[in-house]
Design a protein around this ligand. Structure first.
Ligand SMILES: *[C@@H]1O[C@H](CO)[C@@H](O)[C@H](O)[C@H]1NC(C)=O
Ligand SMILES: *[C@@H]1O[C@H](CO)[C@@H](O)[C@H](O)[C@H]1NC(C)=O
Ligand SMILES: *[C@@H]1O[C@H](CO)[C@@H](O)[C@H](O)[C@H]1NC(C)=O
Ligand SMILES: *[C@@H]1O[C@H](CO)[C@@H](O)[C@H](O)[C@H]1NC(C)=O
Ligand SMILES: *[C@@H]1O[C@H](CO)[C@@H](O)[C@H](O)[C@H]1NC(C)=O
Ligand SMILES: *[C@@H]1O[C@H](CO)[C@@H](O)[C@H](O)[C@H]1NC(C)=O
Ligand SMILES: *[C@@H]1O[C@H](CO)[C@@H](O)[C@H](O)[C@H]1NC(C)=O
Ligand SMILES: CC(=O)N[C@H]1CO[C@H](CO)[C@@H](O)[C@@H]1O
Length: 317
């Protein structure tokens, strides 16, 4: 689940193809090295950060979790991993998702995770245990190694399914995790989408294919879509697009109330902290500045009034 990174990597790969041999550590498309240590380390860290949830009695066994994960794809054909390969892993890591906090997304990897703030503001799949442990890792099976896992010098197929590689370990993992996350969503859900994707909502996206169909009717009551655009938009131009109408209808089929917001302030403040000079940010920042100077004017007026009052009191005495 890292579309922006994927593009970045493709660009990087194209740019530095000549240096591949000497810079293997920068290439995420290679199988992640020290996979076991990293998954177990993340597992310990995830639980340590939430002592109230994963207290002594409820703590999960990270070695066991690693075994359920690696067993899923060890020694298997890199492009035809069994569809139930990660069921044990999901069962071992699964937990409930806080009501009204689940946020789904497409094409906004960096922004949605800065916004969700590790599950504080909202909860993405990558903020839950099943997703957190595996986020941005690259992995696949290999029959030539002692543990059956691809080593750091092997390239693993991406999570994006292709015709020749429809069921890579990463594809099967993220589809299974996405389906499970959607089933765990309760109450008011959120969906962050990227205005530069055409169409903004696509039925064949991860969200459209694995998540939306698995939202539970009656359990999920309302959906708010946040559309993020780097340029200013006239009100309704994105929310009124055909693909949003299609999404609204699909939600209605599940009795989910649909709401759509273009460049919502709470998201744009996060976005603009990183990209202050983009077109949309200059307007967001200007409007908050003018409000500030408005307060400043009020303050000056109050100060002036106060001075006059003091002046009259002193004059009278
Ligand atoms: C944790 O799981 C591992 C692997 O399955 C097992 O060997 C170990 O005994 C378990 N530890 C505890 C404390 O249950
Ligand atoms: C790997 O080896 C196992 C056991 O020998 C075999 O069952 C499996 O088909 C092999 N997988 C691949 C992808 O060759
Ligand atoms: C996939 O795994 C399930 C459960 O382990 C098993 O019943 C099924 O036969 C497997 N399918 C294939 C094609 O190997
Ligand atoms: C995971 O947890 C959610 C919420 O508690 C539940 O709805 C779902 O059925 C669970 N899935 C599995 C595979 O245990
Ligand atoms: C939206 O997608 C475009 C094109 O892929 C990308 O350049 C941009 O960074 C994305 N926006 C966000 C907020 O991630
Ligand atoms: C495993 O080894 C065989 C024989 O040396 C080789 O043909 C094959 O490409 C290797 N597979 C991987 C995934 O490295
Ligand atoms: C990967 O390749 C590098 C450079 O060729 C080599 O030093 C290293 O031992 C290889 N690692 C593995 C696990 O084969
Ligand atoms: C209950 C339900 O609709 N499950 C669906 C979840 O998503 C997968 C993948 O699209 C479907 O195959 C299931 O039928």
């Amino acid at each position: 689940m890292k579309i922006n990174r994927m593009w970045l990597h493709m660009l990087l790969v194209a740019l530095i193809a000549n240096f591949v041999e000497s810079t293997s550590c920068s290439l995420a498309i290679h199988a992640t090295s020290d996979l076991r240590q990293r998954v177990i380390g993340r597992c310990l860290e995830f639980q340590a950060n939430q002592p109230d949830v994963f207290c002594q009695e409820n703590s999960r066994n990270c070695s066991f979790i690693w075994e359920t994960f690696s067993r899923g794809f060890a020694r298997s054909d890199p492009c035809h991993v069994n569809g139930s390969a990660f069921h044990d892993y999901i069962a071992a890591t699964n937990h409930s998702v806080t009501e009204n906090k689940a946020i789904f997304w497409e094409g906004v990897y960096g922004l949605v995770h800065r916004y969700s703030n590790r599950g504080t503001t909202k909860v993405t799949l990558e903020d839950t245990m099943p997703g957190y442990l595996i986020d941005s890792l690259s992995f696949c099976g290999n029959n030539n190694t002692s543990d059956g896992l691809a080593g750091e010098n092997t390239t693993c197929p991406s999570y994006r399914p292709t015709e020749n590689c429809p069921f890579s370990a990463e594809t099967v993992f993220w589809t299974t995790a996405s389906v499970n996350f959607a089933r765990s969503a309760v109450g008011h859900i959120f969906v962050m989408l990227n205005a530069s994707q055409e169409p903004i909502y696509h039925k064949s996206s991860y969200f459209g294919t694995y998540e939306l169909p698995n939202l539970t009717r009656g359990k999920v009551t309302k959906a708010t879509v946040y559309i993020v655009s780097a340029t200013r938009v006239s009100k309704g131009s994105l929310c009124g697009s055909d693909s949003m109408m299609e999404l609204k209808n699909q939600m209605a089929d599940k009795d989910i109330v649909f709401e759509c917001q273009e460049n919502p302030r709470e998201v744009m403040f996060i976005y603009c902290a990183e990209y202050p000079s983009t077109d949309v940010c200059t307007s967001v920042l200007t409007s908050s500045k003018s409000r500030l100077s408005h307060y400043h004017d009020l303050y000056l007026a109050a100060l002036l009034l106060f001075t006059f009052l003091i002046y009259f009191v002193i004059l009278r005495e």
